[in-house]
Every structure is written in C-alpha cells, then in structure tokens.
Design a protein. Sequence first.
Length: 618
Amino acid sequence: MESLSQIPFRKLEFLPREIDVERRADGVIVLRSKFALDPYERHLPAFLRRWARDTPDEIWLAQRRGPQREWLEVSYGQARQMVDSVTQALLDLKVPDSRPVMILSANSIEHALMAMAAMQARLPAAPVSAAYSLMSQDHGTLKYVFELLQPAVVLVQNARQYERALRALDLRGVTLVHVDDPVPGLPSIAWSSLVATTAGAAVEASVALIEPQTVGKFLLTSGSTGTPKAVINTQQMMCANVTMGQQSRPRQPGDPRPRVLDWMPWNHTMGGNASFNGLLADGGTLYIDEGRPTPEMFGESLRNLRELSPTYYANVPAGFSMLTAALEKDEVLARGFFKDLQILGYGGATLPDDLYVRMQRLAVKYTGTRIVFFTGWGATETAPTATATYWATERVGLIGLPFPGIELKMVPNGAKYELRLRGVTVMPGYFKRPDLTAAAFDEEGFYKIGDAGVFVDPDDPTQGLIFGGRVVEDFKLNTGTFVHVGSLRVAAVAAASPVLQDAVVTGHDRAWVGLLAWPSLVGCRQLIGDAAASLEQAIADDRVRARIVEGLAAHNAAFPGSSMRIRAVLLMAEPPSIDGRELTDKGYINQRVTIERRAALVERLYADPVATDVIRID
C-alpha cells in the first residue's frame, strides 16, 4: 500500500471540497456544500430527446439477443421513435388517475423504452424485482405490491417465464403487454404492436405537460420488517440528482463518450436511477450485462468485457473479487479492461482493502497510474445519491461528503452520529402511506435514513465520513456493552477475505459476539484450488475454516474489546430467503429478520458443549 501511494491517480476533475459546518449547542452538526446546485433539466425524457436530436446515430442501449447472442444495438434516434410510438399507444388507452405501468422484467431494451414512454405519457413507471416473480414460491410480496400500486399496464418480457406470477395476480382491467412467448388463455398485447403505433401530436402535448413535480417512478424498498413501500420519485428528484453527480465530477470536452457495462437491476435505485439516469444524461452507451457477481454467472460478464472497453465500471465487492482474479490471470482481458477506463465505482458494501490494493496494482501495471474508486451513499428515498467521494481518496469505506443542494444532519448517537437528509432529491413521501411518510421525517423536515456515520477526522470534516452501519441493528451484550453491527460486520468479512461473502452479528443479551456467515464460494474455491467444489464441500474444508480462524484472530488482536471481539462463527449453506424477507430490495441482509428466522442456528452457535460445525476463534 505504501509503494502504491506514491503513484499518482489518473487525472480527473472534481468539485472542490468546500463544506459549511454548522455546529449546534446540542451536539448536532449540519454539513452543506458551499456550492449552489446547478440548474437541472425539467424531466428525464428531455435527455433522450436532446441526444436523439444532437447525436441520433450514437448507440444508447445494447443487449445480447438471439441464438448467436450477438449485440442488438439501439441508437438514440431509433429509441426516440420507438418511445414516442409506445407513448402514443399508452395515451390511446386513456388510463385514468395516472395509474402506473408495472414492469415485470429484468433489465432489457424494452424495459428501458417502456419506462421512458410511461414517463412521457405521465404515468409512473414501476419496475418490480424479478425475484418477487421468479424466486418466490407464494408470490405474496408481488401480490401485495400489485394491490398497492394497482397498475393499469403490466409489461412482461417473457410471458411464459413469468406465467406462474401472472396467474397469481388479478389482471382484470389491466392491459398486459408481452415482448416474447405469450401464454395461451392469458390475454396480452404484443410489444411489436405498440412500437408500430403512429405517434401523433398528443405525444408532444403530453411531454409539454410534464412538470418537475410529476411522478416519474415508484421504486419499491423494504424497511426493517421487509414490507415493501412504494417511494415516490418525482422528475425533479431524479434530474436534480443527475446534475449533482455531473457537478461533483465535471465532464471535460476531451473525455471519451461514456461506455458502461452494467448489471445492476433497474428496479433498484442505484441501477435504475444513479447508473441508468446518469448515463442517459451524459449521452453514453449502456451495454446491458446479463452476468451477475456469482460463480455461475460471472463468466457472462467476463465474456462481455473481452469485447468492450468501459470508461466507467462499477460492481459490488463480490464482483470485484471475481474480476480481480480474472484480470490477474488474463493479460489480454486486463489490457482491454483498462484501455479507456477513467474511474471505478463500488457499492453495496465496503470494498476490502486487499481487493483495492490488487486492483490498483493492476491499474498501475496497465496504465501507469492508479484509478480513482468512487462510491456514494443514499437511499431509494433520496433518488438516490446524497453524499459521494468526489476526490481521489486514498482509502475505501468512506461515504464522502454532501452534494450541492443536500443538507446532512448528524445527530449524536453514542460514539457515532445518526444521519439525516434534506434537499431537493428527498422524496415527497411513500405512495398511499401517509403514516409511514410522517414517521420518516423529523421536526425540521430531515429524512431519517436510519444509517450512522463518523468523521474520518473530527477536526477536518473535509476528509469525509465513514459509514457506521444501520442505527437499528446495534445491540447490547449482557454486560451492557454496545455492539455496532454495521462496522463490525464489514470488518469481520474483510478480515476473513476472501472466504466470507456476508454475515449477521449475534450476541444480543449474551456474553460475547458471534457470526452467522455465508461463505464466498468463489473465494473458497480460490483458496482450496478446486474450481468445482460445492458450497457444502467448502464449508467443511479445513483450509477454509483455518483461514477464518487466522483472519478473525488477527482482527481480535487488533480489536480486543468485547464489542469487537468475535468468539465463534457458524457457516451457512442456505442462502438468504426472499420470501422470508432476509434480503432487502437493495441486496442487503436484514440483520434482525435473519436472526429471528435462524434462531435455532443462533442457539447452536452458543451451545455448550461446542457443536462440531461451530468454528471457535479463541
């Protein structure tokens, strides 16, 4: 790390870190950028229409299709024509009361075009996680969401694939649109007929009526109970957030056109707003990645990266773990990956230091410079990014500083601060839930996001903030000692790298802290040198168990206090349950629900005598 720190970063322009710090007598701190937010666009469709006018032949969207899996490309000009046609078709339906268009589809070209058409018709787009349809056994969450939103139109990519989910819904009075494979006996309209509609003057008239406060999307989120809430995303929220990102890292005249390969789902605010909207505003090209950061699916991402040279690449830490291993082995892949790369991004969890160092070594080898790792923080309720690391930071784990136009309120909470947000990108509320809306804001109108943070340096706020976990996750040992779950979970997973994927922290009203942990199959296979090892084999392998003991023993030596010291680990083969609401829409583990659902495993972890599958650290 020391030798790397002497090598400069690839030069990028960033907004200066000039922060106003308001310190109140009760210990509350409010941070604001000293820069005013730049003017922003009225609505998202304006970006598509701008690029269709200025660069009609540039590719906007690309996705592999057909038996040969070749790239199907859609230019900005083509997209504008299709979106206008679908807009006309939606207007012809004369949907009452701005009922939404629900999209039951993974990321796809048609998904993107329908979302833009819905907004042009002033109907909220409501993308729904494919997991609610394809991974659920009872479709309980999907039925709840359907009843909450009461959509007028439902788009489904492949009707046969979603048949069980569709038959679980009461589709009377709903227009069902299919892209592929209609289901016999289930009335639906072909997507091809929508794009064949002749657009008339009504389209321009509808677009002219879009206001900043017009609802652009309903995005679903899960609270501590896992019950979905529909977050109202206005055009103003989304457009202002785009401008915040552009203002924090000003684009330069000589920059290459943005080119991104991305898999993050558009039903989630990071994929659907931060990535999708940001790239559209920049007039870039989005290659839809059907790979995923899993052992079974990451090969598709690598195949795509062998053909593409991204200017920006973002992933979760598990994805970077697999990518780093591949880049270290394949010089051709690495040269193509770094050829045009300007910046890297991570999210979902803190990037382990060892991955950061390995990626920087590769960057230096193939570019001669380090590459800035960017990350941000926010929520579905904030459209989403409220703070970001808009500088060449030397460390990972930060959440940065507030964007222009954002006020960050820090309320003392033990050794940390509870974080709250106010600004133009904060939601007006939850759809049909005034009770939850009222509870989400404090007396000054700050949104209570539920996260905690601390300063890197309390004497120099411009060094930024460190994420401190979820406030509601923290608990006390039976000694009265507080355990800060968020920071401990991150530290523990990083300490046992690369063999742990995620974990929940146990110990509420007990004498010591333990972990229920999910192994990283990729990391375990790397460690034991067996690319075909099953998860059960990895869990039982002595080398995996020894790596966990080694890593967490070193962690315990560095943090000997009872609030940070981990005494035992139990590895789990069963993945987080969607139906059991262990996994939130963001892909985060719901700590409280998981511990309640797996209470028997918690008891096993603390049993005396020690169970044979429990890994004792001390």
